[in-house]
Design a protein around this ligand. Structure first.
Ligand code: PHE
Length: 461
């Protein structure tokens, strides 16, 4: 039977944990590298629109489904509808969580491994990004390095989830977030004061509109979902531990603002450094590992900074991997009555095994391509650009057409009475986005992602 559910220890508990989930490698590793490959400022512009116009309403909706359903993604849909279809959408989210964790923990492992490199003082010897890049490639080409770091990171994640929700996550986030914030600002200031940094600022702020293409929109939307941990049930699961006294819209907005701020600060820090050291912004998934060590080597106190930075980056990644693991665990505990401990051990191990081919994508399997992507690249593409937006589209459709706004709005107002006292424009726009804008826009973008949009437009030629 359903036991009484653990709740967040404090009012700020949810916000901290959800922000911990949102803020991670998505902001500091993925955002700069995808932006660098796809047109800089123009990408940023589309990304910000996706975050504000689609991300926020869907985020509110996803948290709301969790708080009302009070269970894992599958169970929460079951609690809100009799239809047999919707729980499968929760199931897709759990599958996505599993896939994301399997590649995300690999990059988290790099960050963890870089703590050791920083302690060894490796970065102090760098004067050019080429040296940093070579060192990075050397490390990831070593099968044992990449796998050991990945496995260590998975085990740390498993330990936190094993010992339960609030203790681990709330405590971790409380310390990590402000510290990461301050450090990023310092690195950003260093970046801005480096010679030739202006070109980096220009790259981020002066849009070249010709760079906007259907692909850029797809990738920006995917990144918006990825960075908000949206569309796969992580926010839903964290919402399920929330009480009805908590204000969902305001919390969602706070999470979104923090997340965006961190991404933009990371972007400025990295691109000022990229341009002032003459690096190519389209360097790909290694971008931050090519740039940041060089910045540290040029900084006063860079030795200490580099250690602290990679520790904080690893903690930021950890609060995200915990949320991914938490989704999988909540499902097996809530739906299949597994013991929390067994769920963690079994699925942690399965994720490790499942992640190995992705880890090998950087060395032994680097020539093995599916649709032109390595296994790692495929996992990343499928989840961020397809499964998460699809999940978000279905969440919007579910609320608007299945659950119904009559019921949803009653739930939404709980804890947010004051917000809606004077005017209701927020609710009207929330409804509009979920009912029309999000489903239609995401659908078009998804057609594009599977190559159907071209075919359809050819029909009309
Ligand atoms: N939002 C996390 C980040 O930006 C990644 C993530 C995606 C976590 C989906 C949970 C679910 O690092």
């Amino acid at each position: 039977m359903q036991q009484s559910r653990e709740n967040w220890g404090s009012k700020i508990g949810f916000i901290l944990a959800a922000a911990g989930s949102a803020i991670g490698l998505g902001n500091i590793w993925r955002f700069p590298y995808v932006l660098g490959e796809n047109g800089g400022a123009a990408f940023l512009f589309v990304y910000l629109i996706c975050i504000g116009v689609i991300g926020l309403p869907v985020l509110i909706g996803e948290i709301l489904i969790g708080r009302t359903g009070k269970r894992d993604p599958v169970g929460s849909f079951k609690a809100l509808t009799k239809s047999k279809f919707w729980p499968y959408i929760g199931g897709m989210g759990i599958a996505a969580g599993f896939m994301i964790l399997s590649f995300y923990a690999i990059v988290a492992g790099w960050s963890f491994g870089y703590i050791i490199e920083a302690i060894k003082g490796t970065f102090l010897e760098y004067s050019t990004p080429d040296e940093a890049a070579n060192h990075f490639y050397l490390l990831i080409s070593e099968v044992h390095w990449i796998i050991i770091m990945f496995v260590i990171f998975m085990i740390i994640t498993m330990l936190f989830v094993y010992f339960g929700v609030q203790k681990g996550i709330e405590r971790g986030s409380k310390i990590m977030m402000p510290a990461l914030f301050i450090l990023l600002i310092i690195v950003m200031i260093k970046g801005i004061t480096m010679e030739g940094s202006g070109a980096g600022l220009e790259f981020l702020l002066k849009p070249d509109w010709s760079k906007i293409s259907a692909t850029v929109v797809l990738l920006a939307l995917g990144q918006a979902f990825f960075t908000l941990s949206l569309g796969m049930g992580a926010m839903l699961t964290y919402g399920s531990y929330m009480s009805e006294k908590d204000n969902i819209p305001t919390s969602a907005l706070q999470i979104l603002v923090l997340d965006t701020l961190i991404a933009v600060i990371a972007g400025v820090a990295i691109f000022t450094a990229v341009f002032s050291t003459g690096l190519n912004p389209g360097e790909g998934a290694g971008l931050i590992f090519h740039t940041l060590p060089v910045v540290f080597s040029k900084m006063v106190g860079g030795y200490l900074f580099s250690i602290i930075f990679f520790i904080l980056l690893s903690i930021a990644a950890l609060t995200s991997t915990i949320s991914l693991m938490e989704v999988i665990t909540a499902y097996f505990v809530d739906e299949l009555n597994w013991k929390r401990h067994s769920a963690v051990i079994v699925f942690g191990t399965v994720t490790i095994i499942f992640g190995i081919p992705s880890a090998l994508s950087f060395n032994v399997l680097s020539d093995f391509k599916i649709f032109g992507l390595t296994i790692f690249g495929l996992m990343e593409y499928l989840t961020a650009n397809i499964m998460l937006p699809l999940g978000g589209m279905l969440i919007a459709i579910f609320i608007a057409y299945v659950w119904g706004f009559d019921k949803a709005v009653i739930e939404l107002k709980k804890g947010a009475e004051k917000l809606f006292e004077k005017s209701a424009w927020q609710i009207t726009s929330w409804k509009f986005v979920l009912k029309y804008l999000a489903p239609v826009l995401i659908f078009i973008v998804l057609l594009q992602s599977v190559g159907l949009l071209d075919e359809i437009s050819n029909l009309f030629k």
